[in-house]
Design a protein around this ligand. Sequence first.
Ligand code: BGC
Length: 702
Amino acid sequence: MLKKSTVFALSFSALYSITAIAQDQPSSGKYNHFYSSSPQDQKRVSDIVQNMSLEEKIGQMTLVNMATIKKESIPGNWDAIEKYHIGAILADGDEMPETGKPNLPDWQTQMQAIGSHNVTLANNNKIHIRLLLGTDAVHGDQHVANAVIFPHNIGLGATHDPELVKQIATWTAYDIKHSGFNWVYAPTVAVVHDYRWGRTYESFGSDPSWIKRFAEAYILGAQNSDDEKHQLRGVLTSTKHFIGDGNTDDGVDEGNVTVNDEAQFIKENYAGYEGAFSAGTGNVMISYSSINGTPMSVNKEYLKKYLFAEDDLVPRFNGFTVSDYTAITKAVYARHQVFHETLADAVNAGLDMIMVSQYDIEKASEDPALPDHSSNLSAFQAALKFDHDLPDGTPYKITEQRINEAVTHILQVKLAMGLLDSSQATLTPPEGNEDEVALKAAEESLVLLKNSTKEHQPVIPLTPEIKHIVLLGKVDDIGILCGGWNINWQGHEGNQYHTDDKASSILTGIKRIAPPGTEIIRELDTMKQLDLSKYTAKNTVVIALINEPPYAEFMGDIDNNNFNYNFAINSNLPPVEPGSLIMNFDDQPLGIIKSFKERNIPVITILVSGRPRIVNSSEDAPFNISDAFIAAWLPGTTGGEAIANAIFGKYRFGSNTANTLSVPWPKDMASIETGRLVCPSIRKIDDEQANAFYDCGYGLTT
Ligand code: BGC
C-alpha cells in the first residue's frame, strides 16, 4: 500500500494508476466518475498536456473575472483570452454585460462572444481548448433580470425534499447554459453553526446527513452526467467551500475554525462532500477560512486527508480544485508573505486552478522577487511560473510536474464536458414547468412557528369572513424576497429586475388570491386616521412583514468585531457594525399593530431573512405580539405567491417532511454565542443546554 505522504508527490502518470486500481475495486468504485475516464480519454488528455507550453498550461490554471479580461482586451474583442491562454472566466457578483443591462439577450450576446474564443495550441493547431464559464447561480440564473430565482438554500433545507432540489438544480443548469455559462459555483455544503455568519442562507442547515442528501441531489441535477459515456451533459458544479466555512469561531465569515477534536470537526462538516463525491462533482472550491490558523487555500494537510484521501487508494474526489476569489491575496495577508510564496504553497497544497481578481494582480505586481510589476494579468502569471530556490537553499517552487498534474485534472473535466471538442451538445429544456418547481420550493420552505389566537383559534388559513387585510412592511418588494446574489453581489431592493408576471411580491400574491371585494389597507399614514370601528376580530387580519435587507458574504456578518481579511484589501468598505440577531418592529408599525390588537384583531408576522433571528426578546417582540408567525427565509421570485397561498390555505403547511426547520431556532444571543446551536445529530452532551426556542424538525401544520 502506498503511504499517504508519498502519494501526493506521484507523477501524473502514476496518478492514473491510482485511478486504475480504484476502478478495479467495486466496493469503492462509487467515487469514480467520468473523470476517471477510459484509457483512450486518458491518453488524449495526456497527449494534449505533452503538447502544451508552460504558458499554455498556466493559462488553463487561470480563472479570471470578466472585467479583467475586458480591461486587457481591445474593446469588444476579448482577445486577452488568447493572449494569456485563459482556461476559465467568471462573472463575479456585480458583473454586467457590456451594455450595462442584465437582460438575457445581452448576456447571451456577450457570452457567445466570449465563448467563441478558445486556446489553440501553438504546437498543434488542431487542438482547441474551450473555456469554462462560471457564475454564482446559487439560487437560479442570478445575473439575469426576470430569471426565476429559487429560495436560498436555508429555505430549501426546510423543504427536506432532495428530489425538489434536484429539479431546481436541473433548471438552474439549463438556465445558465441558455445564458452562455457552463459552470455553477454551487452547491454550498457548509453546515451552519452560528447565525451571525453572513452566509447562513447559503447553507441547507445544520444537519450534516440532510446536507449530504441535498448535495448529492443538486449535483446529479446540475451535472446530469453519464458515467458510462464519461460525459457531463449539464453544467459543472463547484462544491464549496472546502471545509469548515460554516463552523468558524463566532460565525465570522472567512474566519478561523479552532479545531480541538478533528474527528468531531469532520463528523460535523464533511458529510456534504461525501454526498458531492458520490454524485461526481467535478470541482471543489477551497474555503477562504482557516483551520487553527492555516488558511484552507494552503492547508495541504486537510486537502490531502479529506479531499484527495488516498489512504485507501481511492481518490474520493477526482475532479479539479479551484481557489476562491482573491483567496491567494487574502492568504498572503494572513501569512505575512509575498505573493509568489503563498501561491506556491497553495498550488503545492493541491489547488489546480486559481480564481484571480485585480487584487491578486496588484499583489503579484508588488512582489519584489517577481519580474513583472505591471498591473496586468501577466504579473499574476509570472508568479505561477516562478521557479527558484529560497535563500536558505530550500526549493520553493511550483514544479512542472505539479503543473502537469493540475492541468490534467482540469482537462479531464473539460473533456467530459465536451470542451475539447468543437461541437456542442444541443440544449433541451428539462421536463415540467420551472415556475411550478419554484413555487413548490417556496411553499415547502415556509415554516409556521406559531398559529393560535388567545382564544386558541388558528389564524392560518384565513377564514372566508376576512374582508379587510392590513399590510405592514415592505410587502411590495421582490428584491428582498430574493436576497443576496441577485443581479448584484449584495442583491437589491425593489421590483425593477423582476417585472415578469410570474414573479410576485407579497402584495401581488395577496391581491391575486384574496376574494374579490377584499379591502387591502397598506399606507402607514392612512392607517393612523382609520376609523377602526368597522374592523373586528372576525373580518380583519393584520399581516406584518419584517425583513433583513439583502446582503452577501461577510457584508452580512452580524456582531463581527473581528478582523476580516477583506478590510485589509477593501479599505473602501464600511466597517461592519457590531450588532445582534435580535429583531423588533419599528415604532410606527408596532403602534399600528397594537391598535389593532386592542380590538383582538389577529396579527400574522412574516419574517423574510437569511437566518433565524431572535424574535421573542420582549413582550412587543414580533413573535410575542403575533398570533401567527411564518419564517419565510429568502423564498425568491415566487415567494410572494407562496406566502399568499399558504396564508389563504391554497397551500397547506406540512406536506410530508416539508415546512420544518433544518436549523434550531435560537432563544437568545447566549444560545448563539456557544457556537453550538446545531441539529441533534451532531450535538455533544454539553450542547443539550444549547437552548433552542424551537428545535430542528419543528414546524406547525395547517
Ligand atoms: C465567494 C464564492 C464565489 C466567488 C465567485 C467569492 O467571494 O466566496 O462563493 O463563488 O466569490 O464569485
